[in-house]
Design a protein around this ligand. Structure first.
Ligand code: PGA
Length: 259
């Protein structure tokens, strides 16, 4: 059985003091998570402070992106070994906001993913179609292209350690989540591709999270879907009680066997 993962993506929110308060509240509420892995991804500026707050806690630290080179003349960038040095264990790669706003290509995302793995971080590869792509019937072709390019050059053994996040762009920050059925069919499709790229066994062990307007009110039905192994949460992760409620509900799905 795959242990569900719940990741809070704080995006560009909060001062260091606010991040400490939020991380402290989550830490105090989730002392011994059973059946779920919890990760928070604060902005870079708050990573060191949150690492301190979470010291000794089972809640792990992640970053929202990284550069693909370990060091060098890349003004404004942060590398995977720098994140590992701060105590990060996870890093998001290919979030749709970065694809769109920064223009990150599938090729660069692949380099980031490989750099993350080379430095011991678990990459969370984000894929997802726009509303227009879905309308035109390109959902599967879009996510397939993003998955194949994102995992290029990654060995079958390494693939088992990657976490995927299906985040339909039209669901991010809109309040309109994909239905469990819509997400489940894309997750199933991605898992089928992983079997082809790695092996059936490897594909069965990869966690595929859903992201896009996940809230305490809709997380139960999403994580009850057999193909959904947790959630990548944006807006709702900035509110400690809400995030904790999401974690608890995902944990219940993690301890109760699905169909
Ligand atoms: P949202 O964001 O939960 O605010 O929709 C999800 C994400 O972008 O990871």
């Amino acid at each position: 059985m795959r242990t569900p993962v719940v990741i809070g993506n704080w995006k560009m929110h909060g001062t260091v003091a606010e991040a400490r308060v939020l991380a402290g509240a989550i830490r105090d509420a989730i002392r011994r998570p059973r059946g779920v892995q919890v990760v928070v991804c604060p902005p870079f500026t708050a990573l060191a402070a949150v690492a301190e707050v979470l010291a000794g806690s089972p809640i792990q630290l992640g970053a929202q992106t990284c550069h693909h080179e370990p060091a060098g003349a890349h003004t404004g960038e942060i590398s995977a070994p720098m994140l590992a040095d701060l105590g990060c264990r996870w890093v998001l790669v290919g979030h749709s906001e970065r694809r769109k706003e920064i223009g990150e290509s599938d090729e660069v995302i692949n380099l980031k993913l490989r750099a993350a793995m080379a430095h011991g971080l678990t990459p969370v590869l984000c894929v997802g179609e726009t509303a227009e792509e879905r309308r035109q019937g390109f959902t599967f072709t879009t996510v397939e292209g993003q998955l194949r390019a994102g995992l290029a050059g990654v060995t079958a053994a390494q693939m088992e350690k990657v976490v995927l996040a299906y985040e339909p762009v039209w669901a991010i920050g809109t309040g309109v989540n994909a239905t469990p059925t819509q997400a489940g069919e894309v997750h199933g499709y991605l898992r089928g591709l992983l079997s082809e790229l790695a092996s059936k066994e490897a594909a069965q062990s990869v966690r595929i999270l859903y992201g896009g307007s996940v809230k305490p009110e809709n997380v139960d039905t999403l994580v009850a879907e057999p193909e959904i192994d947790g959630a990548l949460v944006g807006g709702a992760s900035l509110n400690a009680p809400g995030f904790v409620a999401i974690v608890r509900k995902a944990a219940r799905a993690g301890t109760a066997p699905k169909e």
